[in-house]
Design a binder for this molecule. Structure first.
Ligand SMILES: CC(C)(COP(=O)(O)OP(=O)(O)OC[C@H]1O[C@@H](n2cnc3c(N)ncnc32)[C@H](O)[C@@H]1OP(=O)(O)O)[C@@H](O)C(=O)NCCC(=O)NCCS
Length: 365
């Protein structure tokens, strides 16, 4: 077999879907992160530009041996707008592993990057072995990376709830006439965190692909004296991104009906049958003036009581050290820990990044 690396195109979509479906995350419930039906719709949500590299096997033109994507998007870093590149979606067909394909996909990516580009990535906690090694190719060091933060993702179990809203605050769904005030609030609050994506509310409302599936009515606004003091949205991304259950360990298979009966009463994540999808809603564009925990909690409660009723869980990601990190911990939830790292094909980027809290947008990973 001869492996060649090239740039992927939309004509590869069917082969990409096949490859993605072959890769599952181990655990009691085997999960697959799918991008059905069009991988490129999801890619445009991760970045407004991206480089997709794929690996072909000359003997099997019907399959892809691997792929990786590096996406560019504008983020606030140290209070300034900066183009940052996100490395995600590295997948190698199990049949083709340990032959240097991942390394070669990153060698190809290097041609599209400069030594001063800032890159970032996220791996499930302690899963850095592949990165460690992929960083070192046969001819030396390809890239370097520096773990910077832990990310705590909470899948908050939804239930019937009366929102706990602080005195003097009202919470309601946003509408088109709120857009100028939302943008002004955004422009003031988002730069307080590193890594916050730069958002344009007009583009979102106009259906720009970077905001696929998001509407202004998906936003909840917290107001005090008519002024916005907090906002977030529930973003349903199932039309292009799914977490599908592809298998269970035998014991779990047996216990699933009993477990579902239990969570039906006590709250929790229902386990769909094999082939089914996890049903959660990602909390998006979280901004809370003065990091007021009660306002954040009020907004989570409000989304749970409204849009959230159609879902088993609300997903919220907060990095360690964020003043708001305690809030999701007050809910019944499933936790998932991952690590955020900065990455560079050249210079150490850390001197250009100050120590304000890091924001990670779950809906763009
Ligand atoms: C991680 C993954 C992309 C690696 O792909 P790959 O093509 O097998 O990687 P390479 O052959 O280029 O590996 C280069 C080096 O990385 C190291 N490495 C790769 N996979 C590893 C693993 N699972 N554990 C420890 N080291 C690993 C090895 O040192 C390897 O060199 P060696 O084979 O000479 O020892 C692949 O296993 C995969 O698709 N996993 C599932 C998806 C995933 O977890 N993606 C995110 C990872 S950040």
């Amino acid at each position: 077999m001869a492996i060649t690396i090239r740039i992927g195109t939309p004509a590869d979509n069917a082969k990409i879907q096949d490859l993605v479906t072959k890769i599952t995350m181990p655990g009691p419930a085997q999960m697959c992160f799918q991008r059905n039906p069009d991988f490129f719709v999801g890619a445009k949500v991760i970045g407004d530009e991206f480089v997709l590299t794929v690996a072909d096997d000359d003997e099997r033109p019907d399959v892809l041996a691997g792929l990786t994507v590096i996406s560019g998007r504008e983020l606030y870093i140290s209070g300034q707008k900066r183009r940052v590149y996100y490395s995600g979606d590295t997948r190698v067909d199990p049949y083709y592993r340990r032959r240097g394909i991942a390394s070669n996909l990153f060698v190809e990516q290097k041609k599209h990057r400069s030594t001063t580009d800032l890159l970032q990535g996220i791996v499930l906690k302690e899963n850095t072995a592949p990165l460690d090694a992929a960083a070192k190719t046969a001819d030396g060091v390809l890239f370097q990376y520096w773990i910077s933060h832990s990310i705590e993702t909470s899948f908050i179990f939804t239930r019937k709830i009366t929102p706990r809203i602080p005195a003097g605050v009202t919470i309601r769904a946003a509408s088109a006439s709120d857009i100028p005030a939302m943008q002004a609030f955004f422009d003031r609050e988002a730069p307080r965190r590193n890594g916050y994506p730069v958002y344009d509310m007009q583009k979102m409302a106009a259906g720009d692909p970077y905001y696929n599936g998001l509407k202004v009515e998906d936003y909840a606004l917290a107001l005090r004296g008519g002024q916005i003091v907090g906002m977030l949205a529930g973003w349903n991304q199932k039309a292009y991104k799914q977490t599908r259950i592809v298998g269970f360990k035998p014991a779990i298979k047996l216990l699933r009906p009993l477990y579902n009966l239990y969570v039906g009463i006590a709250g929790g994540f229902k386990l769909p049958p094999v082939g089914g999808m996890l049903n959660y809603l990602s909390l998006y564009n979280i901004l809370i003036a003065q990091d007021d925990k009660a306002v954040f909690q009020g907004l989570i409660d409000w989304v749970m009581a409204h849009q959230g009723q159609k879902y088993d869980a609300l997903a919220v990601g907060i990095t360690h050290g964020d003043p708001l990190e305690e809030v999701p911990r007050g809910y019944k939830r499933q936790k998932l820990f991952s690590s955020h790292f900065w990455l560079s094909y050249g210079e150490d980027p850390r001197p250009g990044i100050d120590n304000r809290p890091l924001y990670v947008e779950l809906g763009r990973l």
